[in-house]
Design a protein around this ligand. Structure first.
Ligand code: FA5
Length: 341
């Protein structure tokens, strides 16, 4: 039995050292250490041996098992290393290949439009100012002369957060903050989100406005007109024109809604233009001369100052600039839409 074990061991170690493939090494493992191997049979049959033979044969068989196991493990490491080295030699790495570019985001169309607008107005000396989106009912309404019984204060138009607190419905809420924060002259621009209970293709519950306020000694309606004319020519088209339609906003007197000539169909009425619907004009903003009541509330000398204010919907400007048929596309987060800008 001893010589049988020894020759089995020699044979196994020789074959293991001669093999040069991982697959054949696995076959050898099964052949010499597997459940049906001769060594396994010997180990299983130890119980039937005499007490004199059992310890010698047992320890020899176990020692042999360990030696074969170790030899298999060493050979496996050696062959795996060879395979890896061969692969590395075959596949050369080219460090000069450009890497894959990471996905880069881009500025949202509303951010891009806001920046364009700020750039144009800052050339006229307007400074940017911000105000909170959660606003007091006072600054959103009373401070801009919107009385308690005004329809804009209805629950159907305004999101009330609690007694006396609203989500601002327009950036005109920043007008009183601007007037109170510094002495005149004031020339401020306020972009920001505003909120109203409203939703369809041209109305969003959350949208952005750009407020403009210019207060000084002797500011006239013609200054407002000149400022807005400059803005439409810079933003839309050098040939674009504006027209004022009388309108009512409690915080201005006189007040107007301002239309820009349709630069898509070149103001040719009667055409089936999807932007101006054939009227030749598109409404873009509300504006007017600051109501004296605001100057009183701000503590300004009403007889010495005058000013104008305007407020435009930034999404509406983007809609015209990029011919977007439905404002809601801007906030669905669909990258197929967003990538176009
Ligand atoms: C106002 O909000 C006034 N505060 C503007 C103003 C400022 C007038 C200063 C006079 C002086 P109005 O509700 O019309 O006005 O809104 C102004 C602009 O916001 C509109 O011309 C339109 O372009 C845009 N707008 C209004 N409602 C929505 C809406 N739900 N979704 C998207 N844009 C809107």
């Amino acid at each position: 039995m001893i010589s049988k074990l020894k020759s089995l061991g020699e044979e196994a170690l020789r074959k293991i050292s001669q093999t040069n493939q991982l697959e054949s090494l696995e076959i050898l493992r099964i052949q010499y250490l597997g459940k049906k191997s001769s060594l396994s049979d010997i180990l299983k049959g130890l119980g039937s041996l005499s007490t004199a033979e059992r310890p010698t044969i047992g320890s020899l068989a176990n020692q042999l098992k360990q030696e074969i196991d170790q030899a298999l493990e060493n050979k496996k490491c050696e062959l795996e290393k060879q395979v890896l080295e061969k692969k590395l030699k075959e596949k050369t790495i080219d460090p000069a290949i450009p890497s894959r570019l990471p996905h880069r985001g881009s500025l949202h169309v509303v951010t891009q439009t806001t920046r364009k607008l700020i750039q144009v107005f800052s050339r006229l000396g307007f400074d940017v100012m911000t105000g909170p989106e959660v606003e007091t009912e006072f600054l959103n309404f009373e401070a801009v002369n919107i009385p308690k019984d005004h329809p804009a204060r209805d629950m159907q138009d305004t999101f009330f957060l609690g007694p006396g607190v609203v989500l601002r419905t327009h950036t005109s809420s920043v007008q009183m903050r601007a007037l109170r924060s510094k002495p005149w002259p004031v020339r401020m621009l306020c972009p920001g989100a505003v909120f109203r209970c409203d939703s369809d293709a041209t109305h969003l519950p959350m949208f952005h406005q750009l407020e403009g306020l210019w207060v000084d000694n002797g500011v006239k309606m013609s200054d407002l007109k000149g400022t807005l004319e400059f803005f439409v020519k810079e933003i839309f088209d050098p040939k674009a024109q504006i027209r004022f339609r009388p309108s009512y906003f409690p915080f201005v007197e006189p007040g107007a809604e301002v239309d820009v000539s349709c630069f898509i169909c070149n103001n040719k009425t009667g055409l089936d233009c999807k932007i101006c619907k054939g009227s030749g004009w598109v409404e873009i903003l509300g504006a007017g001369m600051v109501h004296p009541r605001l100057f009183e509330l701000a503590g300004y000398p009403v007889d010495q100052v005058s000013g104008f204010a305007f407020g435009m919907g930034i999404e509406r400007v983007a809609m015209l600039l990029y011919e977007i048929p439905d404002l809601r596309f801007m906030y669905t987060g669909d990258v197929r839409f967003l990538r176009q800008f």
